[in-house]
Design a protein around this ligand. Sequence first.
Ligand SMILES: C[S@@+](CC[C@H](N)C(=O)[O-])C[C@H]1O[C@@H](n2cnc3c(N)ncnc32)[C@H](O)[C@@H]1O
Length: 371
Amino acid sequence: MTDEPFEIYLVTPPGLEPALCQEAREKGFADPVASVGGVTVRGGWPEVWRANLDLRGATKVLARIGAFRALHLAQLDKRARKFPWAEVLRPDQPVKVEASCKGSRIYHAGAVVQRISAAIREELGAPIAEDAEIRVMARIEDDLCTISVDTSGELLHRRGHKEAVNKAPLRETLAALFLRECGYDGTEPVLDPMCGSGTFVIEAAEIAAGLRPGRSRDFAFERLATFDPAAWDRLREPPPARPVPFRFLGHDRDAGAIAMSRANAERAGVAGITDFRRQPLAELQRPEGPPGLVMVNPPYGTRIGNKKLLYALYASLGEVLRSRFSGWRVGLVTSEPSLARATGLPFAEPGLPVPHGGLKVGLHRTAAPLK
Ligand SMILES: C[S@@+](CC[C@H](N)C(=O)[O-])C[C@H]1O[C@@H](n2cnc3c(N)ncnc32)[C@H](O)[C@@H]1O
């Protein structure tokens, strides 16, 4: 299986599959196909590594390492024992097995976990542990058992250079896909007037500078039998720095948020092209230079109190942007469409709501630059 291309499944929250599919295609992954909750591409292990390193929108990357039919548990047991685990897993690395069953004669996921764990432990010799970094997933659907390995480990929104987080931070993977859905491609400035820990501003600056999202972290695939450290080192060789002729701006009324954003930008290596300044929304001014994109995720939903104040805040955001940001586009992320409407901004129909932190958030985009 090491040389043959296989299916690589890129997980994303439902609603964002088309954006991730577009990103995968743009970044040269073969035959991306979107389905509910993810995008399938084809490739070998180098593509698995590159997907983890380069894709901004994937939550995690699963390698589908094989499949066999299993009509009953004895057959599952026998075939799991014959499965070529040693081609992918290492006997010295603990493994955790997860399972799901759908529309199959085998319907008890716990029994599947037990059989596959026994096969890995007894045939390969790898320990089975609840807190293992390597996760094997068995999915039985229509009596076909598909085996995948989670090659990412920690979720990919953890870029590895963001330690400081404010209340209600947006996941980087979501922020990157929302930027993409607003047509952002790194060639215009981005401003966030309520930046919190700086997620939109830092993602946008990294995209403009050509920095790879996975450059500062490690991945579960480094502990698989298929890993080739020399090839990985060559792959992650940083591309030449791309000059960026404008700055990315973040404001917040909260001094702690600004300090966090600065620290995060520093660690991400984009301090030179970002500017974070404490400032309440009412004082927001249009920056000098070319127009670009305002990306904002104001307080919302159940997380931060009083509804009336929220409507007033969204109304003043709309007023400030309409009166001072002619030529700019706006992308606004919030949990309630009525809050987006309170801005009075000319938003196009919102996309599907996306699950995030126990709520559903939607992206509201202006169809054209503000007049
Ligand atoms: C939902 S959080 C933004 C989170 C951010 N997207 C992140 O990923 O960390 C909303 C932010 O709006 C800020 N905020 C609320 N009212 C404000 C105002 N009137 N002016 C400026 N910032 C404000 C809060 O301090 C908070 O950091």
